[in-house]
Design a binder for this molecule. Structure first.
Ligand code: SF4
Ligand code: SF4
Ligand code: SF4
Length: 301
């Protein structure tokens, strides 16, 4: 990983010195040795702070939304899962390809700083020896889909076990049991919206949940409003979720959000397949729910 860090610094220096980008987005070391945090470099003298290591967990593509209304040209480091987010932003016309310089890193898997913090603090009882991030245990795309420069050795997908097995278990529940499962699960949500803030597919300028006039969804932390939040967010993610797992990772109360997202991925592929968001970039090509076709399936309506 040291090699990759050095190469990222070289590239960032070159891009800033040659005025190819205005800002370069990567990671810097965090306060603990097992932490990193997003880092935004505008001056060559700050390039030395950039790192890529086993804790570079954040999907940085979400930060492109902060630059979408500017004219800044952005250099950005992406892992495989993150790169699918860039494809989605390009397909949604949220960013122009010619304002981007993408440094792709073939990703060997990333450790979850939260698991390590819990282990070290004694809060994990028993300690969780599996420090790899949950999202990396089901990774399908460790190698970036889209890039200008590619670093690291190509990796095999890290997913183990049958894909969608958990979803099939929930599908096999009877409707009352399934409703109870989701009611029990989503009641615990504290509506902090961290899952929305971190999501690269959540790119509306004004979110329905922030609107006050009219107020579409109550702000109360009640089961009904929580269910409404998750239902609406899920529908907005259909055909757009790139399975980066960031929402589930940042949830402070461990809501298993990937259960909902994976069900959407599975159904999109089934009804509109074969399709998975962000898996390839073809200029001008739109995802299924962004176009209308009179033959679109509607049996489920
Ligand atoms: S999901 Fe895949 S690409 Fe993303 S951080 Fe984990 S191993 Fe890397
Ligand atoms: S991050 Fe978790 S607690 Fe916060 S709104 Fe999302 S699901 Fe609810
Ligand atoms: S819903 Fe979650 S997994 Fe899907 S793109 Fe957003 S943050 Fe990533």
């Amino acid at each position: 990983m040291t090699d990759i860090t050095l190469k990222i610094r070289e590239i960032a220096t070159r891009l800033l010195q040659s005025d190819q980008v205005d800002v370069f987005v990567g990671w810097e070391k965090g306060p603990q040795e097992y932490q990193t945090r997003p880092f935004f470099v505008r001056r060559v003298e700050d390039v030395e702070k950039l790192v890529f290591n086993e804790y570079s967990i954040h999907n940085l593509t979400n930060y492109l939304l902060k630059y979408r209304d500017s004219t800044d040209r952005v250099g950005l480091v992406v892992k495989g899962c993150d790169s699918r987010g860039i494809v989605r932003l390009l397909q949604d016309n949220q960013f122009k390809r010619n304002r981007l310089y993408i440094v792709g890193v073939c990703c060997p898997g990333i450790k979850d700083p939260l698991k390590i913090a819990k282990n070290q603090s004694g809060l994990a009882c028993p300690p969780n020896n599996e420090e790899i991030a949950d999202k990396c245990t089901r990774c399908l795309v460790p190698n970036p889909i889209i890039y200008d420069e590619l670093l690291g050795e190509s990796q095999e997908p890290h997913n183990s076990g049958e894909r969608f097995s958990e979803i099939k278990t929930i599908e096999n529940m009877d409707p009352n049991q399934r409703y109870q499962f989701f009611e029990d699960t989503l009641t615990q949500c504290i509506r902090c919206y961290a899952c929305r803030q971190v999501c690269v597919a959540c790119n509306c300028r004004t979110c329905i949940f922030d609107e006050m006039k009219p107020q579409w969804v109550g702000r109360e932390n009640s089961t009904t409003d929580n269910m409404m939040y998750h239902l609406v967010k899920a529908m907005h993610m259909a055909g757009r979720c790139i399975e980066c797992g960031e929402c589930e990772r940042v949830c402070p109360v461990n809501i298993p959000l990937m259960l909902i997202n994976s069900k959407l991925v599975k159904d999109m592929d089934h009804f509109f397949g074969s399709y998975e968001a962000g898996m390839e970039y073809v200029e001008g090509q739109k995802p299924p729910l962004s176009v209308y076709n009179p033959d679109d399936p509607d049996d489920f309506i």
